[in-house]
Ligand binder design. Structure first.
Ligand code: BV8
Ligand code: ZN
Length: 247
């Protein structure tokens, strides 16, 4: 336990001293909100196989099945509430002169917790994109429609979730901005990500190369752990509030 206290102290000092802080979050930060992670024990991909569901080919082959997967998650997330980890990150943002929250998550919980400067690398569960006319629309209705797949109310075209599937490029503007923020920050918190999905997983390396102090918060070690200056081994919902506690 002492080692973790030591590490916590080092992380606190680093955070207090830095003016430009960037945070990268993954599914682990929403775990304590009851949103399953992707690769954990009862991870999402266990029941559903990624290549069957989160790819453009799968959607082309069977849009209704892919929509069932997203409807399941939209229903689950709409019942979820931000947990102390999400709230702590909104508090941190208010304290730091330059702050950017980069998330791989599509659950929208950071915004609901009050975070402002958010980059959603992989899109959002509650936005649809029409394959016919391209219109992007926010939609919180659960179910989204009586019949899946839903169709566009403007042109009757096929709607898809506005998320980034495997094999699809990330929105260029968002990824460029995230790379720029990572390359300029003085400290980066990497929270609740297995560091397996690229190009998101390349961002901590950019920060490290730019001399940033890297703090990983994760109960387990990941391929990113070796480059971290401090690894805080524990659940984000308990580690983050302690990290922000004064003094
Ligand atoms: C692209 C949206 C190119 C949809 C998602 C080989 C090498 C390198 C790359 C590749 C490769 N083969 C293929 C690729 C590319 C691929 C990729 O990286 N694959 C991986 C699997 C190898 N990447 C892509 O396809 C990307 N696109 O490369 O395009 C391109 C360019 C130009 C033109 C055309 C194409 C697109 C990737 C985005 C995919 N979409 N999500 C949806 O959500 O439905 S990814 C999905 O995984 C989620 O977004 C999720 O966030 C993300 C990453 O997972 P994590 O967030 O890290 O979650 P995970 O469950 O894995 O880990 C949870 C962690 O939390 C664990 O470490 C656990 O210990 C920890 N934890 C648990 N409890 C807690 C906790 N931490 C803190 N507190 C707790 N309580
Ligand atoms: Zn349309």
């Amino acid at each position: 336990m002492e080692r973790n206290l030591e590490e916590l102290k080092r992380a606190k000092i680093a955070l207090r001293e830095q003016a430009r802080v960037v945070v990268l979050t993954g599914a682990g930060v929403s775990k304590e909100s009851g949103v399953p992670t992707f690769r954990g024990k009862n991870g999402l991909w266990k029941e559903f196989r990624a290549q069957e569901l989160a790819t453009p080919e799968a959607f082309k082959r069977n849009p209704a099945l892919v929509w069932e997967f997203y409807e399941f998650r939209r229903a689950l997330v709409s019942r979820a509430v931000p947990n102390p980890a999400h709230v702590a990150l909104a508090t941190l943002e208010a304290r730091v002169p330059r702050f950017c929250l980069i998330t791989q998550n599509v659950d929208g919980l950071h915004a609901r917790a009050g975070s402002k400067n958010i980059l959603e690398l992989h899109g959002n569960l509650f936005r649809t994109r029409c394959l016919g006319c391209g219109v992007l629309e926010e939609s919180f209705a659960v179910p989204i429609a009586q019949k899946l797949p839903p169709s566009c109310q403007h042109c009757g075209g096929l709607l898809r979730p506005d998320v980034v599937w495997f094999g699809e490029p990330l929105p260029a503007g968002v990824m460029n901005q995230a790379s720029e923020e990572a390359g300029k920050c003085e400290a980066m918190l990497v929270i609740g990500t297995s560091g397996l999905v690229f190009p998101a997983a390349g961002l901590p390396g950019l920060a490290k190369d730019a001399g940033a102090f890297l703090i990983e918060i994760n109960p387990e070690s990941t391929p990113l752990s070796p480059m971290a200056d401090v690894c805080l081994r524990g659940p984000a919902a308990s580690v983050l509030p302690r990290l922000l506690q004064e003094p």
